[in-house]
Design a protein around this ligand. Structure first.
Ligand code: PRP
Length: 212
């Protein structure tokens, strides 16, 4: 049995749909109950829904053999897992944004509000820029509006959230997408089954890229 951690929510539905299209369906998952664990014994898969930011922890600690996590989470927490495949879904970017009229003063410490402390620190260290990181858990966009920070480091998908709050993206730090990850020892002991899944998902991803 391969244990698969799926990120709960819109991305997770797309991810499950890819597993289904690759031959690892589990019809009971669509019954939309409050259940969190679903199994298809015949196909040898057991799915469970977890918070997107927790997928990597389940996989790193071996509670799940494989899972799907955003590259943002992998960069932020650096879990000790194998990254097997870019699924080309959940695409967005990690960006620096600020008020539309923001002008950076390189002589002043930059105040950066973010959920992604590690990503922000690494990015500004690579530029040799001193920053004061303000860690928030959500609604990051409010920080520059209220003067809590000069800029934010956050995920931008359509750009609507920034626009509606009179903020603009200034720099892209890194493009983000969903990645198939595997527990390191599961990858050794269940290698055949995991490689089969990864191969089928890779093929599906390539086919979909071609028809885009
Ligand atoms: C993310 C991010 C932005 C928004 C960007 O939040 O933090 O607020 O999406 O999307 P957009 O560019 O399409 O407007 P998310 O909805 O993931 O929830 P969060 O606030 O809990 O991070």
């Amino acid at each position: 049995m391969i244990n698969v951690a799926l990120p709960k929510g819109r991305l997770g539905e797309k991810v499950y749909e890819m597993f289904e299209a690759s031959g690892y369906e589990c019809p009971s998952i669509k019954e939309n109950s409050r259940k969190l664990i679903f199994e298809n014994e015949e196909k040898g898969v057991r799915y469970f829904w977890v918070k997107p930011s927790d997928v990597a922890i389940y996989v790193e600690r071996g509670a799940a053999d494989i899972g799907v996590a955003g590259k943002d989470i992998l960069l932020e927490y650096e879990p000790d897992v194998f990254e097997l495949l870019d699924l080309d879904i959940g695409k967005c970017r990690m960006a620096v944004a600020a008020k539309n009229d923001f002008r950076d003063n390189p002589n002043k410490t930059l105040r950066v509000a973010t959920k992604f402390v590690n990503i922000a620190k690494t990015y500004y260290a690579s530029k040799g820029r001193d920053i004061d990181v303000i860690e928030l858990n959500g609604s990051i966009e409010i920080a520059p509006i209220l003067g809590l920070s000069d800029v934010i480091v956050d995920i931008v998908e359509t750009g609507t959230t920034l626009k509606e709050n009179d903020l603009s993206p200034f720099e892209t730090i890194v493009p983000i997408s969903a990645r198939l990850i595997a527990n390191k020892s599961a990858f050794r002991f269940k290698s055949q089954a995991i490689e089969d899944i990864a191969e089928k998902l890779a093929k599906l991803t390539e086919d979909r890229k071609e028809t885009k």
